[in-house]
Ligand binder design. Structure first.
Ligand SMILES: *Cc1c(COP(=O)(O)O)cnc(C)c1O
Length: 430
């Protein structure tokens, strides 16, 4: 099994001359699998085609947004129709309110919602409001959780930052980073201890309630409930960063599965169906601090962009249909369970798991509970597996520390093909 990637190689060389590392987001560069990226030409449904004409079954889905598969005809049509009436006005439109109401109906914890253009902005802004509301400057996050690239959040962050060897980015002032406290995910005792140490200083705790940016990691029983209780006890706001998990692990995100009400929620990825839009929101008393209603400044030229809003509305309409998540969850768990079985058959230590349309796997003997354990997995095996799969036409995330995504366009046949190839590739792994 081998592909010709000549066009991708040439295009990458050309890109490297003008774009740092040849990419506009680090994980796309394939550095953590010691290779070079594939340049994509087009996509439809569960498939991607690269510039050399190779076809792949895609399990990245643009890192989450493509939950309906690529270029869903209804989404494409609404984007084209909306754009024909003007691409951006920098003025309010009726559809923004409609989208806010739809989001609120799915996430009842969000009394008020502000739209922004990226998950990074959503998380940065949510923290700013939380700090303003509590009058406290410290924030608490978890090692390996990624909340975008805001300065104070690039401390022990996952995703691309996890694999670059620079968990603390250069260019972040020490003073900024010093207000960010970090503990291990799933370690409620450590969270309690840090709250006891700074009882009046922590304004917010931000968490990926199911982690996707250290690979796929589930909260242990009682962990999220414990975070809620500790935040209440110490007067800190609980922020669920559901940029990845919202509309993905279930329609209403992790908070709907565990029935926990965060004070603020960050959304992104699926909310725009592939167009750049994200959101933050939550308690009315907190969100009332946002300008122009309150003193917390936050703005955006393209915020609430009409084309992105239309794409989001159509996407949310389609994924709200009956049984959408039952079917998606079924296909995704068939894949995760299948990977586990294939590994077992080949005497390879692997754990796989899924929730809704999100999945992950680690080359590990036992279940992974935090970033430290994720890093202890067999990364060499991951790399060999990744390349074997890519050359057989399966496009997985090029990093051991990223979750995978299945869309409603993925068929049982796609999964069967994936598992057949996984079996062949694992047979070759020593
Ligand atoms: C992707 C992601 C972000 C950042 O979103 P961008 O749109 O890439 O800025 C923040 N938090 C989580 C949990 C994410 O997965």
């Amino acid at each position: 099994m081998s592909l010709s990637l000549n066009q991708s190689k040439l295009l990458f060389e050309e890109a490297c001359a003008v774009i740092p590392g040849g990419v506009n987001s680090p994980v796309r560069a394939f550095r953590s699998v010691d290779g070079q990226p594939v340049f994509i030409k087009k996509a439809a449904g569960s498939r991607l085609w690269d510039e050399d004409g190779n076809e792949y079954i895609d399990y990245i889905g643009s890192w989450g947004p493509a939950i309906l598969g690529h270029a869903h005809p209804e989404v494409v049509r609404v984007i084209a129709d909306t754009a024909a009436d003007g691409i951006s006005f920098g003025a309010p439109t009726s559809k923004e309110t409609i989208l806010a109401k739809v989001v609120q109906s799915i996430f009842p914890s969000m009394d008020m919602i502000r739209f922004v253009s990226s998950g990074t902005e959503a998380c940065m802004s949510a923290l700013r409001v939380a700090r303003a509301f509590t009058g406290r400057s410290k924030i608490l996050k978890f090692e390996g959780c990624y909340h975008g690239h805001g300065d104070m959040l690039l401390v022990k962050a996952g995703s691309g930052a996890a694999t670059m060897g620079v968990p603390d980015s250069a260019g972040v002032p020490a003073a900024t980073a010093s207000d960010t406290l970090t503990v291990a995910y799933n370690d409620l005792g450590a969270v309690a201890a840090i709250f006891e140490r700074y009882p009046d200083d922590i304004g917010a705790l931000i968490v990926e309630p199911i982690v996707g940016n250290s690979g796929f990691i589930r909260p242990e029983e009682g962990f999220l409930e414990g975070l809620r209780a500790l935040c209440d006890k110490f007067g800190a706001l609980l922020i669920f960063d559901e940029v990845m998990t919202g509309f993905r692990v279930a329609l209403g995100g992790v908070q709907s599965i565990y029935d926990i009400k965060p004070d603020l929620t960050c959304l992104g990825k699926v909310i725009g169906g592939g167009m750049p839009i994200a959101a933050y929101g939550g308690r009315k008393d907190v969100m009332s601090k946002v300008a122009p209603l309150g003193p917390v400044y936050q703005a955006g030229t393209l915020s609430g962009n009409p084309v992105a809003v239309a794409s989001g509305l159509k996407t949310l309409e389609l994924i709200s249909q009956r049984d959408f998540f039952v079917n998606l969850g079924h296909v995704t768990s068939t894949l995760a369970k299948g990977l586990q079985q294939v590994a077992k058959r080949n005497n390879i230590d692997l754990v796989a798991d899924s929730a809704g349309g999100m999945f992950g796997f680690f080359f590990s003997k036992s279940r992974v509970r935090n970033f430290h354990e994720a890093k202890a997995c067999d990364i060499g095996k991951f790399k060999a597996f990744f390349w074997g799969m890519l050359h057989g036409g399966i496009y997985l995330a090029p990093s051991a520390f990223e979750a995978g995504f299945v869309s409603s366009a993925h068929t049982r046949d796609d999964v069967d093909k994936t598992l057949e190839l996984a079996d062949r590739v694992m047979r070759g792994l020593k």
